[in-house]
Design a protein around this ligand. Structure first.
Ligand code: PDD
Length: 286
């Protein structure tokens, strides 16, 4: 079932707080025309940011990679203002930031004189109760570009992969490149094999998930070994647990994977996933 989403009552657009029906960008905005923009989603647990610096650092990385000159850290106060304006300090929420290269007459080259366009808003999000969920997912070929480390607004391949899963009754689509799992359409991916966590190494094939990094930190503290190595679809027979992570996903165990209409994985255990969820809740709620 698809959850109906509402527009936030107010958004920040290029220096002004506006009602959604007043917030417009040019038809020549390059994020609209080319997907020439980057974004970030930062969680706030009852008004308290989690890993704010890491999210802004990743936004800065994306901006630097696409050569947009803008200081991501200059947005910090606006993020808190967005929460205040929507009265989201007592509830769980997230802040969406989108930086577009800006508007200019259409050209494949990057125009010299162009003003960056900033959209920012807060929205409520359910960050509680994920420990009661398990997801049945599907797996399909990863058809995205080779710069998934850039958090680009050009998410058509992700949207299509996710839609394929939802239409077939699955919660997420795990993406496979040359036989190896990369990540989910909107989540990072972990496998537990012989008690050791496996996850795709950072690089152009995945987004460097902030939640993923925190799971790796937790593992170091719990003495759980992590190997940043991709898992092949044929290795699933050796896998006991799989879980996905993300800012809005949190940590959710995968109960089964269907690939080409065949169930290729059924969870055997969940003890390591449960341990990580418990510590993650402690850290995000402290
Ligand atoms: N997406 N990989 C992809 C492709 C993602 O889109 C996301 C999150 C993640 C998890 O990253 P993080 O732990 O930093 O949220 C991994 C966000 C939430 C979104 O697009 O809305």
């Amino acid at each position: 079932m698809k959850l109906e989403k509402k527009y936030p009552s107010e958004v920040y657009l290029n220096g002004k707080w506006l009602k959604p029906d007043e917030a417009y960008v040019s038809v020549f905005d390059r994020a609209f025309m080319f997907g020439d923009g980057v974004y970030e989603v930062t969680p706030f647990y009852k008004g308290k940011a989690f890993k704010l610096k890491e999210h802004l650092k990743r936004l800065q990385y994306s901006l630097d990679q696409i050569q947009v000159t803008f200081d991501a850290f200059s947005l910090e106060n606006l993020m808190y203002e967005a929460l205040d304006r929507l009265n989201l300090n007592e509830t769980d929420a997230a802040v969406y930031i989108q930086v577009s290269r800006g508007a200019a007459a259409r050209s494949h080259f990057i125009p010299e004189k162009i003003e960056t366009s900033i959209l920012l808003y807060a929205f409520p999000v359910a960050l509680e109760g994920f420990e009661n969920k398990t997801w049945e997912v599907m797996a399909t070929e990863d058809k995205r570009w080779h710069r998934c480390d850039i958090k680009s607004t050009a998410l058509l391949a992700n949207v299509m992969a996710n839609e394929e899963a939802i239409a077939a009754g699955f919660a997420e689509n795990l993406l496979v490149r040359k036989g190896y799992f990369t990540e989910g359409s909107h989540s990072s991916l972990f496998f537990v094999k012989y008690g050791v966590l496996h996850t795709h190494p950072e690089g152009p094939e995945i987004l460097s998930g902030v939640t993923r990094a925190e799971v790796i930190n937790i593992c170091a503290d719990l003495n759980i070994k992590v190997v940043e190595k991709a898992v092949h679809i044929d290795e699933l027979v050796e896998v006991d647990e799989i879980f996905v992570t993300g800012t809005t996903t949190q940590i959710i165990p995968i109960s089964s994977i269907t690939h080409k209409n065949k169930k290729v994985y059924t969870a055997r255990k969940d003890s390591i996933t449960r341990k990580l969820q418990k510590v993650f809740i402690e850290r995000t709620r402290k």
